[in-house]
Design a protein around this ligand. Structure first.
Ligand SMILES: Cc1cc2nc3c(=O)[nH]c(=O)nc-3n(C[C@H](O)[C@H](O)[C@H](O)COP(=O)(O)O)c2cc1C
Length: 189
């Protein structure tokens, strides 16, 4: 794959095989993340690689959040919903919480740092894709709950969890219709 093909072929992956992702490929992706553009060289991103033990500690919170959602949606199968929500966190071969630094009383710095962290996250995603590894960015409620911050020992006054990246070898690659270029470009003379 050349660079253009790499960018244009990437799709979010929701189903992974059980094959583990090698540390060498993860490290390569983290180096790609570190090369993201970053105004003022603040390096505002942090990547928390979540192992099996911490994921099991998240289960009570996932269950709590899933039950709230099921009740809201008047689901008839609250237990099955919870089991599905748990599997979304326990099943992916790789699970990474990505945070961005918060600068109190400086919304512009915090916004620029968020942008840089997104660039770093996407560099990581593209590096993984280059090695045949798919991923999905998730901003589900577990990524935003106070319990998650506590369990991961992340100070919500200093860092915002911008999402979880789930990654592994794709079981299935979806096709997605993208907006044609002429629908979002304006040439201004
Ligand atoms: C900021 C952000 C948050 C996302 N959060 C979720 C999510 O919580 N759940 C989900 O299923 N997909 C999530 N996605 C993935 C998008 O749904 C996906 O990118 C979109 O369907 C386009 O597909 P593609 O990535 O294959 O081009 C998120 C993507 C972004 C950029």
């Amino acid at each position: 794959m050349n660079g253009q093909e790499l960018i244009n072929s990437r799709r979010s992956i929701y189903k992974f095989t059980e094959e583990t992702v090698g540390d060498d490929l993860l490290n390569q992706a983290l180096i790609a993340a570190s090369n993201a553009p970053c105004h003022k060289h603040t390096h505002p991103w942090r990547f928390y690689i979540l192992g099996r033990e911490i994921r099991s500690k998240l289960i009570p919170t996932i269950t709590k959040l899933s039950k709230i959602k099921s009740k809201k949606l008047q689901s008839k199968n609250i237990e099955a919903d919870a089991q599905r929500a748990i599997r979304k966190i326990t099943d992916p071969p790789l699970l990474i919480a990505v945070t961005s630094q918060i600068t109190p009383n400086d919304d512009f710095r915090t916004k620029e740092d968020y942008a840089a962290t997104v660039c770093a996250l996407h560099n990581l995603v593209l590096s993984l894709w280059d090695n045949g590894i798919g991923s999905q960015w998730s901003t589900g409620s577990i990524t935003r709950d106070n319990d998650t911050y506590d369990l991961l020992s992340i100070d919500s006054k200093q860092e915002e969890i911008i999402g979880f990246i789930k990654a592994g070898y794709p079981e299935k690659i979806r096709t997605v219709n993208k907006k044609p270029v002429d629908e979002f470009v304006n040439y201004v003379d």
